[in-house]
Design a protein. Structure first.
Length: 308
């Protein structure tokens, strides 16, 4: 299929093998995944150029001055830092990250309980694998539901049966996934099947959060509800907690609205929007420390269970 957007011809990836070209240049932070997809389409690896690869930036800078100049080099490192900041926010996240409280609290919880992850570990619903480097495991296995856009190194399953033998893993981590599984009772049994006896599973699941990944957003859990789901399936609860307070939760909900539902087109509008998000983040931090503590409203549940 051929179409034109902004005066540029756009082709389907399946047509690449039929074209004549000297090189394919990948200008994306996701160059590794794109490179693997191109190879799977029959493209010769020697014809694939990846100037975003950190070790090749200097070499390509002179070769492609017209599209990869000094600004491009700076932008690469900025984008790389910005992506890290989205999932591992520090103080700068207060000013740039509309999901500051959600991402920060999840990061802190995974870091706190990462020591439970040992041996061969499955990251169920791994996504872009934001916590992989935090896990002190011997082998990491990322698992996702079947998709047309596959990433090298990730194992895909059909939504019902995990493609592993019984008791294949020493530990399992799954972050913000259970709310997106319609047949959750079936999948919990599957997770138990592939986990070794005595193995540990670390889960984070939202309690209060706007609908997302629609229409694949099926449920929310209280701490008690999540615990019952797992203990009824034959797991024993080791630890269970919530990750945020009332004021932080309110600030996060406001920012999700501003980020996803308030549309602005002008530069001034974007600056104003970012300013509101920053103010909400700062108010959440200050109010959370000054006002009486309450976790009746919170963002996520964190639970660690063991297979009996």
């Amino acid at each position: 299929m051929l179409c034109v957007w902004g005066g540029v011809e756009i082709i389907s990836p399946s047509m690449i093998a039929d074209l004549e070209y000297d090189y394919i240049l990948i200008a994306s932070l996701y160059w590794k995944e794109i490179r693997e997809q191109l190879k799977s389409l029959g493209v010769n690896r020697k014809k694939i150029r990846c100037p975003m690869a950190p070790m090749k930036i200097s070499r390509f800078e002179n070769e492609y001055k017209d599209i990869f100049n000094r600004f491009g080099k700076i932008k690469f490192y900025y984008d790389k830092w910005y992506l890290t900041e989205q999932f591992h926010p520090d103080i700068m996240g207060l000013f740039i990250n509309p999901y500051f409280f959600s991402r920060k609290k999840l990061y802190e919880s995974v870091r706190e309980y990462a020591h439970y992850m040992t041996g061969r570990c499955m990251d169920f619903g791994c996504g872009i694998q934001p916590y992989r480097k935090m896990l002190p495991v011997k082998e990491y296995v990322g698992v996702e539901i079947e998709s047309d856009n596959k990433i090298r190194g990730v194992i895909y399953y059909d939504g019902h049966t995990l493609p592993f033998k019984d008791e294949s893993f020493d530990s399992i981590i799954s972050s913000e996934v259970f709310e997106h599984i319609d047949n959750i009772d079936e999948i919990v049994i599957e997770l138990k099947r592939v986990l070794k006896t005595g193995g540990v599973m670390l889960l984070t699941v939202p309690f209060v959060y706007p609908k997302h990944c629609w229409p694949y957003d099926f449920r929310r859990y209280t701490t008690k509800g999540l615990k019952n789901l797992l203990t009824n399936a034959g797991f024993a609860c080791i630890e269970c907690k919530t990750d945020s307070n009332y004021q932080e939760c309110l600030a996060q909900l406001k920012n999700v609205y501003w980020q996803e539902d308030v549309k602005v087109k002008t530069a001034i509008g974007k600056i104003g929007k970012n300013l509101v998000i920053t103010i909400n983040n700062l108010n959440g931090v200050i109010a959370g420390k000054l006002l009486p503590y309450s976790n009746k409203l919170y963002l996520d549940n964190i639970i660690i269970v063991k297979k009996l």
